[in-house]
Design a protein around this ligand. Structure first.
Ligand code: STX
Length: 322
């Protein structure tokens, strides 16, 4: 079978900064067909930002493609790479409100919501809050930030699959502070002292960068280790995980009833070490109406070949419904 691959590179035809209050502005851009079906892409991390590859997941003839960088990351300002920038107003529910503000700013009535990883969590939170604004959901690498999901990747579990990379992750944390690694990293990635902050942020981000693809990808790991990227990513992720994603227990699975009427596709890699398939399976069990694809030869990242194939197939199919 011929696998679907990325569309050709494109540039935005419109972009800007949107003031979302609290001193924050978020960067947004629109690509593709100005008269196409509206689609919003919700990026991961939290704290990862959007890039030019993300634009290429969608048919530019069919879609009016909206991408935005969530608060304090990517091209949004102020940027979390500066440890003096407070993350106090960076919460799931403020990001949901930011998406509503952006939708109204662009004059969009309803849109297809597309998100992977943390983007799947924020997409679910958005859809469960504003179900009338969502035409379809396409979700990949399901992440709901339940305590065991965080424990698995940042404390113990994934450590058993990648003992070599794990050593590098925990290196900045003294042995007597390793019972709670998320807490130990919180102190360091937020430190005003760059000699404390940088090694911790790089270790945190490189750990994630090395475990999200099925096979090692050095370029990706090095990208995650760039100082400004790593500090913003590590600070924002750590802030969300310290706060349980600002969710109640099992909230995103519990509230599936609010969205089960919305057409949806769920795509999950079998060997996704970052957001392991148990969560996608729980979502599938709670929401059997949503089309579910377990991709047997893929890890976490959107550009794993089998994952990308299913994602593009899904948005191409939904492009026909307007
Ligand atoms: N973080 C999961 C997540 O959303 C726990 C994520 N991890 N890496 C990414 O996203 C990118 C590849 C998008 C940077």
């Amino acid at each position: 079978m011929e696998l679907r691959t990325l569309y050709p590179p494109i540039e935005p035809h419109d972009s800007g900064m949107l003031d979302v209050g609290d001193g924050d502005s978020i960067y947004w851009e629109v690509c593709g067909n100005p008269d196409g079906k509206p689609l919003v892409m919700v990026h991961g991390g939290p704290g990862a930002g959007c890039n030019a590859e993300h634009r290429r997941q969608f048919d530019p003839e069919a879609y009016r493609i909206v991408l935005f960088d969530q608060r304090n990351c990517g091209r949004s300002l102020p940027h979390a790479s500066d440890p003096a920038v407070s993350l106090e107003n960076n919460t799931t529910w403020n990001l949901v409100a930011d998406m509503e503000r952006l939708r109204e700013h662009l004059g969009i009535d309803r849109w297809l919501v597309y998100g992977g990883s943390w983007g799947s969590a924020l997409s679910l939170a958005y859809a469960q809050t504003h179900p009338d604004r969502v035409t379809e959901l396409v979700l990949r690498g399901i992440f709901t930030l339940r305590p065991f999901e965080l424990y698995w990747f940042y404390q113990e579990g994934a450590s058993l699959l990648f003992p070599d990379l794990w050593e590098e992750y925990i290196a900045p944390i003294p042995e007597d502070e390793r019972e709670d690694l998320i807490a130990a990293f919180a102190e360091r990635v937020n430190s005003p002292d760059a000699e404390v902050r940088l090694p911790a942020a790089r270790a945190w981000a490189r750990w994630e960068g090395s475990a999200i693809t099925l096979l090692p990808n050095k370029e990706l790991v090095d990208h995650f280790g760039e100082p400004d990227y790593a500090v913003a990513f590590a600070r924002i992720e750590n802030h969300y995980f310290t706060n349980g994603g600002f969710f109640e227990d099992e909230q995103l699975i519990r509230d599936v009833d609010r969205i089960r009427h919305i057409p949806a596709v769920i795509v999950q890699g079998r060997y996704d070490v970052c957001t392991p398939p148990a969560t996608a399976w729980d979502l599938h069990r709670a929401w059997p109406e949503a089309e579910f694809h377990m991709v047997d030869d893929a890890g976490h990242s959107f550009d794993e070949p089998g994952i990308l194939h299913r994602l593009i197939e899904a948005t191409d199919r939904f492009a026909k419904d307007r």
